[in-house]
Design a protein around this ligand. Sequence first.
Ligand SMILES: [Zn+2]
Length: 385
Amino acid sequence: MNSASRPDLVPESPGTGGAAAGRHVRRHNLALVLREVAGGEPVSRAGVAARTGLTRGTVSSLVEELIAGGFLTELAAARGGTGRPANPLQLNRSGPAGLGVEIGVDHVGACVVDLSGAVRAVRTAPSEHRSQPPAAGVARAAELAAEVIAEAGLPVVGAGVALPGVVGPDGVLQRAPNLPRWVDVAVGEQLAQRLGGIPVTPGNEADLAALAELWFGGRPADFLHVSGGIGVGAGIVLGGEPFRGAGGRAGELGHVVVDPDGPACSCGGRGCLEQAAGQEALLRAAGVPDVEQLVAAPPATVLAGAGRALGIALAGAVNLLDVPTVVLGGLYARLGNGLVDAVTAELRARVLSRPPVDVRVSQPGTGGALRAAAAAVVRERLRHP
Ligand SMILES: [Zn+2]
């Protein structure tokens, strides 16, 4: 998904290209009007004209098309003032909606967001995928998706699915270190078949969690987002854009070595971050059976150990990329300030940057990747109405 791409730059004049160029300009202007409404709703037609530089007549014509297409609605006219009352415009909350699906190592999630990005229905459920064939996990995710679609009652035009592994440029889940049976699985195609053919775009969970931070958490343009869970993944955002690497594999922080003589890892390596600060390692170190008990009262020694391992791995990334901010998400967000302090201390000792790296807890929290998967669909629709 190239969901954070810049607005395309298209000349306002159709030039000499004739009808095709005219249509191109109109599509561009439709997107421009939508963007202005989305960025400052409710807004009058005159307000849109003033902000875009388009004539009021052009704006009115474009707005009519966007209303007919279900993208915009008119609110009741404001009272007072002189002259004809203006009906303010806003995004249509009953218009095209996006579905988000998440298939984790041991859970599934689904949510629907409306055109404004607001979550209209969301459900999560335990679903163990380490022992099950991929088809069973996809089927469970599709069931949950059908439930949230029915609950939201909106026209879902597309879906994004967050996956705990490497997603290739063709959308195939190539490999998920914690799901050994999920190798080269066309999750998007399988899910689309089960959802009546709506287009499904797969993405990496950590990348989507980072986008959630960018879109809903008000983050600066450059940061690392580290998701803690059974796997540990990082989303890298540089210049306001996700950085995924040549093959979509960037951000596998969980398999950065923090102890060359440490325990064997699911990836085939040894002493990876995941073995020191992944969910299972933290539960073992704390001597508790589940995450709820861990986050209720995390032992100081566990936070210190996790903070040290995370700090070692992150110091390498920060020294290499010069990002000023590290955001802790997933399980790490739930471990709170104790972990933030431990990571901060380790980074202070290992990173050259000045001022020191800003370490903080995720704003969107644990549901961020799921929400971003859905929001990417409507953001794309708003860019290309
Ligand atoms: Zn590993």
